[in-house]
Structure formats: structure tokens, C-alpha cells
Ligand binder design. Structure first.
Ligand code: GLU
Length: 462
């Protein structure tokens, strides 16, 4: 047997490595508090359902034991969530420095708070009388890290944000080709409820009213309208990590009573034979009003957006809700058509798929990273939340999240996807390695991106 084989230590189990990492005072014990603390700093809520199994096991231990888990108990308890724990402890979650990220987001929230411009939507009393001062921001990453600030648990009606999910459902149930035989995918360049169709006599896209009524006509066909709606609500609950999604009856009644323009659009589309055969207009509109009246919180909308960011998988429950291709189609349309008449400017300035609604909600998706919901009822002239727009602009100015940030633009922004310490030590280590190998080209590369030639490593080597 070669000597090296005998010297290679046996591969330690993951649980043992994690235990050692957390047992910082080397007394062979790790407390529940330490586990909770390391999760919290990483943005992972210990109470969230993804971790329920681990905490159920810990809860079942006698109290004294909870504050001093030995290796064996620790291993047994974290086993059901081992992959998440491993990534937390190794700093491998999608936003590694989550506490720093959260601090910056908190500052942006604070800056936006003073902006009291704009006005609530006025066309129905429920929106007109909503508390204008409300402001909440919630974020869920694809790894289930979460951040909440302000009025995150207050319910509001989903309004036009529902257009995203109705579209996904229509695509899942009918396929992309069939859906787009009934609705286009170009920005309309017109206001969201304008009485206009494209050259083929179809609504321009699924993110404006005409298109959203069209996608509604394609969801859960063949069932009674109550059942169609309940099934949609069920999907919303799955997107919101199996939490209860409400229904605001008063909003629905008001929507229905003021829907002259929507009816005009629906009849216009009927005249053009745009709907699938046997479409019942009043059922279709009823379903559309009901979905606009789903009652959600900022927290729930961020989970929904996080599920879109994760390609259709809920980041907390890990359940797949939509296929990745469906989500890709939806995000593409959100990128070009999601922000009413401001969609082009939004794509230019913020560069991320988003959808807003007249209740003051804006959902933003950073694909493969996170979903964000901002809710604040005062709207600008385009019908978007004033604070929502302001927040988004400030966020992409501070973080390199705009889809088209080039490398040199990124150097002046924080990249939330890398750990600052890792990035800095990597740069120093590479510089030292390159210099000691006499690799002038590599040294020049590093200096050109601003590496500090006199920065030392942890031993002071330069
Ligand atoms: N319920 C609204 C309508 O159809 C949707 C408004 C919106 O959020 O864009 O007029």
C-alpha cells in the first residue's frame, strides 16, 4: 500500500465538520442558540418551514440538553436539513454577506420613506382610502434567506401583479403556442387599459388588462368559476410557501361595479374572435376581478417573486410550482411589459423583470438570486408605486443587479453574490502567488483592476 494512502485521514462526516465549526469554545457542546444565531446572521429564519424538522427534533429534547447539544444529538437534529446547514456554515448561500446586504437595503428603505409624493389609486374606495403612509419591503432569496422591513404583514389586493400568475397558469395548462395564438408578446406602448389591440386583433401582451382577461379565459377551463378561482388561489398559497392567501370581497365588488373599460375591451376582443371558442365573457371577467382581489402581504408577494426567481420552485418548501420554461416566458414579458407605461424606462434604468399593481405593490425578480416586493400605495402618473420605483433605482445604483451592468460599472457597486472577505483575500492570495511565480502579466491584470500591491495576507506577506 502506498504511504500516502495510510496518511490520508478518513473523510469526516459533514455533521462532524459543522459541529466543530460551531463549537468555538471546544467544550464538545453546541447550543440551540448558536445554531439559531448562525442561521439568523445568514438571513435564514429558524422558524421557517424548511427547517421545521430540525427544530421539532431540538424542541423535543429536555430543556437543559437544548443548550448543550453533543455531537451525536447535533448530528441527528440537523440531518434532515443538512444541505442548507452546510451551505449556511460554509458561507455558500446565494447572498453570502446577508447581514451587510440587509443593512444597505435598510438604508435605502429609510431614504425612500421621506418621499410622500404621488397619490393612491382613486377609482375604487378601497384603494382610495388605503393608508397612504404604508411602506413595506420583503425579500426572499432562492436559498430562503429573508429580509423584511416596515409594513410587511399588512394585506393589500394583488391587482395587476396577478397577471403574472394567470399567465403562468395559462401557459402550464395550454402550452406557449396556444396561449400566444390568443395574446401577443410585444409592449403595447399604450396605457394598460387602452381600447386597442394589435394588428392581428389580439391583446398586445398578457401584462395589460386585455391580455390578462385573455389569459384568465385560458385558466382552469371547463370548471365552474368558483372552482376555477379556488384552484388559482391554491397555487398562490403554494407560491407563498403554503400560507393563507385571502380574498377581498369589497375590492372585488368595486372592481366589478366600475369595470366599464374592461367590459369594452372584452367585447372588442369578442368581436375580433380573439378568445378561445366557447368563452363565457362574464365568467372570464368575474375570474379576472377575483384574481385582482386576492389579498396578500408584502411577505407573501416576496415569496411568490422568490419562487419565480428560483425558476418556479418555492425557496422555502422546495416544491416545484411552475416549469422553468413557463417562468422564463413570464419573466421575459415582465421585463418588457410589466410596469405599465413606464416599462421601457424601467427596463433601461432598472433592468430587471418586474410587475406592479395599482394597490401600490411592485414585485421585482432577480433571476437565480431573489424575489422582492415593495408595497406603498401612493402612485405616480404611470400608476406605479412612487416608493417602489425609487427603491428599485436606488437598489441597482448600490448593487450590481441591473441585468446589463458591465464589469467596469460593477466595480463601483457592491456585488451581493460574493463575500467581501473572500473576494479580498482571493485577490491578495492571487497577487502574492502571481508575484512569487514571476507572472508579470497576472500581476498587471490585478493592478489594473485596482488590487493593492502592498496589501498583506493574514501573515503580513506581500
Ligand atoms: N383591477 C384593475 C383593472 O382591471 C387592475 C389594475 C391594475 O393593477 O393595473 O382595472
Amino acid at each position: 500500500m502506498p504511504l500516502t494512502a495510510t496518511l490520508t485521514p478518513p473523510k469526516k462526516e459533514e455533521e462532524t465538520l459543522l459541529f466543530r465549526a460551531l463549537d468555538t469554545d471546544h467544550d464538545g457542546r453546541v447550543s440551540r442558540q448558536t445554531i439559531e444565531q448562525v442561521l439568523k446572521v445568514s438571513g435564514v429564519d429558524p422558524r421557517q418551514s424548511q427547517l421545521a424538522e430540525t427544530f421539532d427534533l431540538i424542541d423535543a429534547l429536555p430543556e437543559e440538553q437544548q443548550s448543550q447539544l453533543d455531537l451525536e444529538t447535533f448530528s441527528r437534529c440537523i440531518k434532515p436539513n443538512i444541505s442548507l446547514f452546510t451551505r449556511v456554515v460554509k458561507g455558500e448561500l446565494v447572498i453570502p454577506d446577508f447581514h451587510i446586504f440587509g443593512r444597505e437595503i435598510g438604508q435605502i428603505f429609510q431614504d425612500c420613506l421621506s418621499d410622500t409624493s404621488g397619490a393612491n389609486a382613486g377609482y375604487i374606495p378601497e384603494l382610495r382610502n388605503a393608508a397612504s403612509e404604508r411602506f413595506g419591503i420583503s425579500i426572499f432569496t432562492v436559498d430562503g434567506q429573508q429580509y423584511h422591513r416596515g409594513d410587511c404583514d399588512e394585506a393589500f389586493s394583488a391587482q395587476s401583479t396577478t397577471k403574472t400568475i394567470n399567465y403562468c397558469l395559462a401557459v402550464e395548462q395550454n402550452g406557449l403556442d396556444l396561449v400566444h395564438r390568443h395574446v401577443g408578446r410585444e409592449p403595447s406602448g399604450r396605457v394598460f387599459n387602452e381600447l386597442t389591440l394589435n394588428d392581428a386583433g389580439l391583446p398586445h401582451n398578457p401584462m395589460i388588462n386585455a391580455g390578462a382577461m385573455m389569459t384568465c379565459s385560458l385558466v382552469n377551463r371547463g370548471l365552474a368559476v368558483d372552482e376555477r378561482f379556488e384552484r388559482i388561489r391554491q397555487v398562490w398559497q403554494e407560491l407563498a410557501s403554503d400560507t393563507e392567501v385571502g380574498f377581498d370581497e369589497a375590492v372585488c365588488r368595486s372592481e366589478s361595479a366600475t369595470a366599464h373599460r374592461n367590459w369594452a375591451l372584452a367585447h372588442y376582443m369578442m368581436e375580433k374572435n380573439a378568445f378561445p371558442e366557447n368563452t363565457d365573457l362574464s365568467e372570464t371577467l368575474d375570474l379576472y376581478f377575483r384574481t385582482c382581489s386576492l389579498s396578500v402581504t408584502c411577505r407573501q408577494m416576496a415569496m411568490l417573486a422568490g419562487s419565480l426567481a428560483a425558476g418556479g420552485v418555492n425557496p422555502i418548501t422546495n416544491h416545484r410550482i411552475f416549469s422553468s420554461l413557463t417562468v422564463q416566458a413570464c419573466l421575459s414579458l415582465m421585463s418588457s411589459c410589466g410596469m405599465y407605461d413606464y416599462s421601457g424606462e424601467w427596463a433601461f434604468r432598472v433592468g430587471l423583470p418586474a410587475k406592479s399593481g395599482v394597490s401600490g405593490a411592485v414585485i421585482i425578480v432577480v433571476p437565480n438570486v431573489m424575489g422582492i416586493c415593495i408595497w406603498s400605495p401612493r402612485l405616480d402618473a404611470c400608476g406605479n408605486s412612487v416608493r417602489g420605483i425609487r427603491f428599485a433605482k436606488a437598489m441597482v445604483d448600490r448593487f450590481s443587479l441591473h441585468a446589463f451592468d458591465s464589469i467596469d460599472l460593477r466595480t463601483n457597486k457592491i456585488n451581493p453574490l460574493v463575500s467581501r472577505i473572500q473576494a479580498e483575500s482571493q485577490e491578495k492570495a492571487t497577487l502574492i502567488e502571481a508575484a512569487s511565480n514571476g507572472d508579470l502579466m497576472a500581476v498587471q491584470h490585478l493592478l489594473s483592476i485596482g488590487a493593492d500591491p502592498s496589501a498583506g495576507d493574514y501573515d503580513g506577506r506581500t
